[in-house]
Design a protein around this ligand. Sequence first.
Ligand code: ZN
Length: 166
Amino acid sequence: MEIVYYPDPALRRRADAVALPREGLAELAQAMLLAMKEAEGVGLAAPQVAEGLRLFVASGTGEIEHALVCVNPVVQPFGPVVEFEEGCLSLPGVRAVITRPEGVRMSWEDLSGARHEGEFHALMARILQHEYDHLEGVLFFDRMTPADRLRVRPDLDAFEAQYRPR
Ligand code: ZN
């Protein structure tokens, strides 16, 4: 399974809701977990593997056994906004401090279609907001300060120059 890089158009499409159970979804989630682990990431959303589905995996430790597999998530950020440095597996090497609310309430479905709810803080809340953005076609540089956007512009230009349509 290959992770797609900016500016692949798959990253800019709003992902579709998933009707559960869905054939092949468990295999897709498993492949995404392995791709996340191999890339040493802490989260991966289906649009990042060119699947336009509302599905992401997230693991605060990067370990598969600690990962949440979230289908059709609904996130409600809350609390004071805090600064935290983010990266993205679709923009390897680019990092910037992004400001987001500290906490998240989330409901989601598991692969069987059972709905869950939880409250998350700190790193996990940050990962969930970043991955949820991918389902909306939002990339983390959209949320950078103007100064950081200028700073990473050469990196984005390099990704654009290397891009080859699939
Ligand atoms: Zn990302």
